[in-house]
Design a protein around this ligand. Sequence first.
Ligand SMILES: C[S@@+](CC[C@H](N)C(=O)[O-])C[C@H]1O[C@@H](n2cnc3c(N)ncnc32)[C@H](O)[C@@H]1O
Length: 299
Amino acid sequence: MQNRTTTQSFGVSKREGHDSSSFYGRKLYSATVRGKESETINQAPTHVLDRIFAHSSENMSELPDNSVALMVTSPPYNVGKDYDLDLTLEEYLNLLERILKETQRVLLPGGRIAFNVANVGRKPYIPLNSLVAEMASRLGLLMRGEIIWVKGKGASGSCAWGSWMSAGNPTLRDLHEYILIFCKGRFDRTQKGKSTIGRDEFMRATTSVWDIAPESARRVGHPAPFPVALVERLVHLYTFEGDVVLDPFMGSGSSAIAAKKLGRHFVGYEINPEYIEISFDRLNQVTPQIVPQDRQSVA
Ligand SMILES: C[S@@+](CC[C@H](N)C(=O)[O-])C[C@H]1O[C@@H](n2cnc3c(N)ncnc32)[C@H](O)[C@@H]1O
């Protein structure tokens, strides 16, 4: 039998069958807060599957506890887009916290969250990635990593460099956003299922820097759509076929499209009915057979 590697001062060349218990036994990990572990698994009722509910995701009472495999979302950033309210930082974080708590309720044991967020402003810079990571950890969600989503050099035509070629007041222009990964209660899923990710995509998806071009807001008709390819990678990596993917800020339906393309179900929440219409129009183009005929959403 091959000897297991262990954590050592100078690292190890291979980490197959790696025994990391001495690393996780260190005091560094003694204060980690874990959410309440539960082995209960519930099925989301079929009548809520592949639906977008037209109300705030602060209340997701259509979904039972412990029923969702992956929450993938991009929240409003509270920066003045069409759909943004003008909230103080405290009010904004409270909104995100209410939705994270509700998400925590509906996630399966070992269910995952992929939370897209950008840092905002420059005077000073507001590190939403840190604030959300701290909030989720305080709620007992377990952080698994942080993906740097590089949107490409062309993504920022921004001239907001501060003082041009001068040390007077130069400012950084972000070419990236973050996708924060958390899970509920435990690291692995309690049930097994069929994974759909291929070798090359698995190798790409398990690195922490993803180069994926942004989607055109004009083309989609929404101010901040996800590229479907980004959600597809998350769905492939973190869910089994037939799982439920939740987007509490569904916008133009990109998460729904990715879920259906890959043989998963979606459940969404979106407060703007026009965006729900856009979602179903887009879904209809990609997978006409699954769009509910009545396009019904619940107010
Ligand atoms: C950044 S956009 C999401 C874009 C989406 N990822 C896509 O691909 O189109 C955030 C969306 O959340 C919606 N929204 C804002 N507050 C909400 C709430 N409390 N509950 C549900 N949706 C909300 C906004 O109308 C907006 O469409």
